[in-house]
Ligand binder design. Structure first.
Ligand SMILES: *Cc1c(COP(=O)(O)O)cnc(C)c1O
Length: 371
């Protein structure tokens, strides 16, 4: 491929010596789980996001699950989730024994459609999980107002939006709790799995801390059944280095996205829209286009990588069959699954590469028109 979807090696070339130093420091310290780096990272990330507490966990998926458990969400409870997101959002709800209640997404932002949420609220609704998909939020003001009126928790799935803002406040700090993923390809990624739960609520932070280490505060004296879900020191040390660069990298992403949006104007493609209330950090640059699969094949032939996030809306996923949904129930999510395509975007991408993608995409669109 002339242009890969992302290139994590480019990032390592930029900061490799600092990373090597940090890793060496951990190896020499002899402390590998819940040591000084994790504590420092929890403080640094909380300060960056403008929240009181951060608790490092083993992954973003675990973060969601522990956050749900921290609010005592369990069997019989309902949690409203978008039908178009990464499976982990829904998986966490099912893992704690609660029922995922799907809502369709907005056709422009692909975030959950807040206008549809109110009709789904019942006396069993414990939480709503807005997913800041592809690096931006939807209408959080209306969702937070609904939450106040109906007394449910807002658990932000911020796995794709580290550094993003809504009305000049960092995402993950808007609701009751925010869940971060440090999976390598995320905007702030480590070199393995990692995640964090952030909140202003001390009780929630304490509860997640309890759950991440076998449900005990005092070693070998569990108070509840927990998990083994800690962020390790190697990942925390790597993340502390990368946190220093996140604003620069997010700005790079925003600039590259701006170039795409200028150069792709006028084609019969739905492009991501900027919104004055939202700072989009372009985890992915996702377009919506008819005849998507053919376009993808012709990009590939031109040496340009692309990817489909996500080819199946979750109300149609096998583990959700028992909920009884059918094709047609969430038309926007279904159409997004059929027509969206992520094109290459990563910090360090050159103008030449952007131009290659644009030329290939224009060629692909022309070709589908002719045939
Ligand atoms: C990546 C991701 C997760 C899960 O994070 P992991 O660290 O991979 O477990 C959850 N939700 C969304 C929207 C994601 O993109």
């Amino acid at each position: 491929m002339k242009v890969p979807l992302i290139d994590l090696r480019a990032q390592y070339r930029e900061i490799g010596s600092e990373i090597d130093e940090a890793i060496k420091g951990v190896l020499e310290s002899g402390q590998f789980v819940l040591g000084a780096n994790t504590v420092a990272l929890e403080e640094e990330v909380s300060a960056y996001l403008g929240v009181q507490y951060g608790v490092g966990v083993a992954s973003g998926t675990d973060g969601l699950q522990l956050a749900l458990r921290a609010f005592d969400v369990g069997p019989g409870d309902e949690v409203i989730v978008p039908s178009y997101t990464f499976f982990a959002t829904v998986e966490a709800v099912i893992q704690v024994g609660a029922i995922p209640v799907f809502v369709d997404v907005d056709p422009q932002t692909f975030c959950l459609n807040v206008g549809d949420v109110e009709d789904l609220i019942t006396s069993n609704t414990k939480a709503v999980i807005p997913v800041h998909l592809y690096g931006r939020t939807g209408d959080m003001a209306s969702l937070l107002e609904l939450a106040r009126n109906h007394r449910f928790k807002v658990i932000e799935d911020n796995a794709q939006a580290f550094g993003s803002e809504y009305q000049e406040q960092k995402t993950a700090s808007l609701g009751d709790v925010g869940c971060l993923s440090f999976f390598p390809s995320k905007n702030l990624g480590c070199y393995g799995d990692g995640g964090m739960v952030v909140t202003d609520d001390k009780e929630v932070a304490d509860r997640v801390k309890l759950l991440r280490t076998h449900g005990w505060r005092k070693k070998y004296f569990p108070e509840t059944v927990g998990y083994n879900s800690r962020l390790d020191e190697l990942q925390a040390a790597v993340l502390r280095v990368k946190l220093e660069y996140i604003d620069k990298w997010n700005n790079d992403r925003r600039q590259l996205a701006g170039r795409y949006s200028t150069l792709l104007q006028g084609l019969d493609i739905q492009l991501p829209q900027d919104d004055p209330e939202v700072k989009h950090v372009y985890h992915l640059y996702v377009i919506q286009i008819k005849d998507r699969d053919r376009i993808q094949r012709s990009l590939k032939a031109a040496g340009v990588a692309s990817a489909v996030y996500y080819p199946q809306p979750l109300h149609l996923a096998e583990p959700c069959h028992s909920l009884g949904f059918r094709r047609g129930d969430f038309p926007v999510a279904e159409r997004a699954s059929d027509e969206t395509l992520a094109i290459p975007l990563y910090p360090g991408m050159s103008d030449e590469q952007i131009n290659l993608v644009v030329t290939a995409l224009k060629g692909a669109v022309e070709a589908t028109k002719i045939s």
